[in-house]
Design a protein around this ligand. Structure first.
Ligand SMILES: *[C@@H]1O[C@H](CO)[C@@H](O)[C@H](O)[C@H]1NC(C)=O
Ligand SMILES: *[C@@H]1O[C@H](CO)[C@@H](O)[C@H](O)[C@H]1NC(C)=O
Ligand SMILES: *[C@@H]1O[C@H](CO)[C@@H](O)[C@H](O)[C@H]1NC(C)=O
Length: 186
């Protein structure tokens, strides 16, 4: 009994050490964001996560993200932040679902099928809905929608990134790219 307790203790210590190294295990916080399967989704060999990151507590602004990891060696692949243009275009509805994401939506809307040209073969893709009010990103202060602009969009996105990196620390020291289209350049 004692020996078993001691063994368990060492296993826990070992797990703690491992989870603070660069090839970190999935944390509980990350596990809560895991997408097990989307409705009508074909089988895939990569992990997906999505959720909200609060960027302004006072106004209640939160940005929605969808991370689609690479099917092979995700730990050795860069992180790419994808932003759609507009301003006001959804990265999930357009960039992910009609352009570079792993899935396309079936014409009948009944299922998803694989995108042959998905970018997650080359990088872990982080789709961000930005600014608040676009796609699944929201604000609890309606007037925010009338006073939105490049400055706040940039500030909120930076706060998002810093907080997201602390939720997914395995990406902190990874090669990082920012990509997008059209107004995303601004
Ligand atoms: C927005 O309001 C809802 C309802 O009160 C609350 O649950 C949520 O946490 C708020 N969002 C943010 C980002 O504070
Ligand atoms: C779309 O869904 C229908 C019904 O589930 C299926 O018959 C069809 O093959 C699907 N099309 C594509 C392109 O996946
Ligand atoms: C941009 O937003 C930040 C944070 O809200 C604010 O401190 C700064 O004054 C703003 N800059 C401009 C040029 O509006």
């Amino acid at each position: 009994m004692m020996r078993m307790a001691a063994m368990l203790f060492y296993m826990m210590v070992f797990a703690t050490i491992c989870s603070s190294s660069s090839s970190m295990a999935i944390t509980r916080e990350q596990e809560e964001d895991r997408i097990r399967e989307l409705p009508g989704q074909p089988r895939v060999g990569f992990s997906q996560f999505s959720g909200y990151v609060s960027v302004n507590k006072k106004h209640g602004r939160a940005l929605f993200y969808w991370l689609t990891q690479s099917p092979s060696s995700p730990n050795n692949k860069p992180l790419l932040l994808w932003l759609n243009g507009g301003p006001g275009c959804s990265s999930v509805a357009y960039g992910a679902s009609e352009e570079i994401g792993p899935f396309r939506i079936n014409k009948t809307g009944s299922s998803l099928y694989l995108n042959r040209f998905a970018w997650n073969t080359e990088a872990n893709i982080l789709f961000l809905e930005s600014p608040a009010g676009v796609g699944f990103s929201y604000t609890n202060t309606s007037s925010d929608l009338l006073t939105s602009g490049d400055n706040r969009t940039a500030q909120d996105a930076l706060i998002f990134l810093v907080k997201w990196m602390s939720r997914f620390p395995q990406y902190k020291y990874r090669d990082f790219y920012i990509a997008g289209e059209s107004y995303a350049g601004t």
